[in-house]
Design a protein around this ligand. Structure first.
Ligand SMILES: [Zn+2]
Length: 67
């Protein structure tokens, strides 16, 4: 299970994306931060957030498969 929450990145916001599909997760979160917060994160930046948060190579592996 992969998850990104706005609150984890310093936003006062309830938004969270929760999905098994890592590329979908990043796409949805990036769209939200761009639309709602005016901050455009690159896919690479979001991937780094997840890798740090979960401290796991699992997401890195998943990312390498989709890129
Ligand atoms: Zn938000």
């Amino acid at each position: 299970m992969a998850k990104l929450c706005c609150v984890d990145y310093g936003f006062e916001c309830e938004f969270a994306v929760d999905t098994e599909n890592v590329s979908e997760l990043i796409e949805k979160f990036a769209k939200h931060t761009t639309d709602e917060h005016g901050i455009e994160y690159s896919q690479e930046a979001l991937m780094q957030f997840m890798i740090r948060k979960h401290n796991s190579t699992r997401f890195e592996d998943a990312y390498l498969q989709v890129s």
